[in-house]
Design a protein around this ligand. Sequence first.
Ligand code: GLC
Length: 448
Amino acid sequence: MSHEQREVIDEIIGKIRSGRMTRRTFLERAVAVGLSSTAAVSLLEACGGTSNSTGGNGQTTSVIWLNGHDASGTYKALTDTFNKQNNGVHVTYTDGPSDTGQLLTIFTTMLRARSSSYDIMSMDIIWPPEFGANGWTAPISTTQWPTSERANYLPGPIQGCTYNGQLWAAPLFTDAGLLYYRTDLVPTPPTTWADMVTMSKAVEPSKVKYGYLWQGAQYEGLVCDFVEVLYGYGGNVLDPNNPKNVTVNSAEAQQALTEMVSWVGTISPAAVTTFKEEDARNSWQNGDSAFMRNWPYAYSLGQDPASSKIVGKYDVHPLLYGGSGTAGHSNIGGWQLGINAYSKVPDAAWTFIHYMLSSASQKFIAMNASELATLESVYSDADVLAKVPFFAKMPNILKTALPRPVSPFYPDVSNAIQLRVHSALTKQSTVSAALSALASDLQAIVSK
Ligand code: GLC
């Protein structure tokens, strides 16, 4: 879409939302600027053009939210509940792609065009520094969200939303990689990666097709899976005390990546090098595997008898370690809600975000999406623990969880890891060659 087209679209979105344009004129102008009539109608609906009417107490402000894909329906349900409260704000929930990189492309395209097609953005924990540096989200002030209230939320995710002393988004839920295991096939979970391999090979082939499912496609998720194995072997990508010092070409990394390469086509399907979270989860729920690495969201989806063959047959365990490592480390993920800096309705957007941070919403997220609420009290809530018992294990797992490499050049760092690790997994290069190439890529990036 050209800059001019985008400007016209923005203008008519602004007008339809504020009630200054009829539906008919909106559709005519949208089609005149090049949208198909189907796209124009969807845009009109997304803008609240069908519901942007006066409620009992005056004008309704329409807000549009783009979330990543949510197979559980939790976020749509919360939005519906909010809309029924009839508080002068109507939020349109939009379900986006599940690949974080694809979602980022949608947002950066929108933001570079200074557009406000989406007022609220679901933001991955690795984005706030980039969004803050570019001024792409409206900072959240202490008047909106008082310090006394913030104190009730996990400090890590709040820290992750902070850049240059300001809060660029509000933490919706945090994330941590977990080892899922089939309790009917593996009575005692492993502690090391080597144990997991042995157990995978020992499971009756008639019971499951694979030992282990994980995320090996060339995308952001591979960085998470790689650093988890690497940290479990005691290795690191960059020196945490001096991020200009690249430490990835080490004996520990050699062991960790060799371990991952050895899974492909043995305990894991050869196609694992194309798997993202949903590919692993779908195969897991089909009963294909004894183990899986995934995020907490897969827990509640696997308990749905309509789509899962393994209801009640699995549990989660902290991630594993190997070599001279002594403990596993989950990688920290998580999602925040940010307000588009170009939104015409930032106050209404905040009203909704504040509702998503409320105790009722946070509890609903934990119980229905099994996602790690950021409100601390959720972890000791009896209803939550009854519905998602693994929440009792999470405070300890979160204590030893580690971030992906922290760098102002994170997007480049991530792309280099994705490329080099994937080339080793697909045997296009040896482990040594991949690590040495990765080290020189990273050295060039961090020396900028
Ligand atoms: C999860 C995490 C996110 C991560 C992504 C990778 O959504 O929460 O932080 O970047 O997975 O696929």
